[in-house]
Design a protein around this ligand. Structure first.
Ligand SMILES: NC(=O)c1ccc[n+]([C@@H]2O[C@H](COP(=O)([O-])OP(=O)(O)OC[C@H]3O[C@@H](n4cnc5c(N)ncnc54)[C@H](O)[C@@H]3O)[C@@H](O)[C@H]2O)c1
Length: 241
């Protein structure tokens, strides 16, 4: 899974779901984690449980990104990893979504990921090292009705490759992870009928756990992935195969 000894890692949406699992895994692998979220109670609790610090961060706000990066550098002297995990889902398609819903999803999932990369990149450039892991989705690899979500997750996948190209010469790696049906509030929000239909199409005939995504994220953060950049790992039990 990789050794993260001595590394400082910022994780967005770290208060629950996959983000919280990643905070725990990274801590167990030796990292100091800066836990961030808009859910201050949940974020503080995970930070306390794991002996890490918590910062309130709405990923759509560039000033809040600046504050988190400045305080991370001031507390730990460096930023080795960023996991752009925060995200929201929306069902709407062409016929039943509106521009406000579409913009909101793009704002959090796409612009939030862009702002995160832009905020940490100068620090990583000055260190000549870093690993950024962007959480996309299988919705960023195929088309389904949820058009805002799909657009945002395709964008995350595309921006990952743009950033990998731009930042590679500074020894900064940028990769994306594409989870399938993972057992968090986001999945349970789809309702039992949809989940059962989704899972029945998974070759492995089950949903995945946050830890199963987290282990792939840890690998990409670690030096074991030292020559892996601009690529994607699908964690979906074979669903899109
Ligand atoms: N659960 C799945 O089946 C699944 C599948 C594919 C991709 N994903 C992606 O995985 C990531 C994690 O989702 P999850 O499954 O843990 O869901 P979740 O709903 O449990 O967690 C999402 C987290 O993002 C945070 N968040 C939302 N808006 C934010 C904002 N503006 N600023 C900062 N934080 C914000 C939430 O507070 C929460 O902590 C998301 O990017 C999601 O799109 C999830």
């Amino acid at each position: 899974m990789g050794n993260l000894d001595g590394k400082t890692i910022i994780i967005t949406g770290g208060g629950k779901g996959q983000g919280a699992a990643e905070v725990k895994l990274a801590t167990n692998l030796g990292a100091k984690v800066v836990v961030t979220d808009v859910l201050d109670d949940e974020g503080n609790q995970i930070a306390e449980e794991t002996g890490n610090v918590y910062h309130s961060l709405d990923v759509t706000d560039p000033e809040q990104w600046s504050d988190v990066v400045n305080s991370t550098v001031s507390d730990f002297g460096r930023i080795d990893g960023l996991v752009n995990n925060a995200g929201i889902f929306g069902h709407g398609g062409i016929l039943d979504s509106d521009i406000e819903q579409f913009k909101k999803i793009i704002d959090v999932n796409q612009i939030g990921t862009y702002l995160g990369m832009a905020a940490v990149a100068p620090i990583m450039v000055s260190q000549m090292s870093g690993s950024i892991v962007n959480i996309s989705s299988i919705a960023g690899m195929r088309g389904r009705k949820a058009i805002g979500y799909g657009a945002s997750k395709w964008a995350v996948r595309g921006m990952t490759k743009c950033a990998a190209n731009e930042l590679g010469s500074y020894n900064i790696r940028v990769n994306s992870i594409h989870p399938g049906a993972i057992e968090t509030d986001m999945l349970s929000g789809l309702g039992d009928a949809t989940i059962n239909r989704l899972v029945s199409n998974v070759p492995m005939q089950r949903s995945g756990t946050p830890d199963e995504v987290g282990t792939a994220v840890m690998f990409l953060l670690s030096d074991e992935a030292s020559y892996i950049s601009g690529t994607e790992i699908v964690v979906d039990g074979g669903l899109i195969a």
